[in-house]
Design a protein around this ligand. Structure first.
Ligand SMILES: [Zn+2]
Length: 117
């Protein structure tokens, strides 16, 4: 689950009963700008201000500023991914390649199977 739900917010307020406002200071996942998201309970619901909060794993919060959220409300690329490619005849994780081979990997072109002649 990557979206924050009202039910989860109520759970968080139950866990932090000493707090009247929940705040997530940090940086936007997409543009790295400073962002501080707050959740404030009101009689008619919980108000979210300053951006949006995602919880891709329990207890791990990821933030987006309002601008990035309005551009793309989906949280993408939030976990690291091991990429394997062939180097000197072997399939090896690209993250473990040396600097020269890593630079070479960036120059590689991928074959587009959708193009037919
Ligand atoms: Zn942003």
């Amino acid at each position: 689950m990557t979206t924050m739900t009202a039910e989860r917010l109520h759970d968080l307020f139950d866990e932090h009963q000493d707090k009247e406002v929940l705040a997530w200071p940090g940086v936007c996942h997409d543009c790295n700008c400073d962002v501080k998201v707050t959740a404030t309970p009101q009689p008619d619901g919980i108000y979210i201000n300053g951006g949006s909060v995602f919880e891709p794993e329990t207890g791990r919060f990821v933030l987006k500023c309002d601008t990035c959220y309005s551009r793309d409300p989906v949280l993408r690329n939030y976990q690291s991914c091991e990429v394997y490619s062939r180097v000197v005849g072997y399939l090896r994780p690209v993250g473990q390649w040396n600097d020269a081979k890593s630079a070479e990997f960036k120059d590689r072109k991928t074959f587009d199977t959708s193009i037919h002649s």
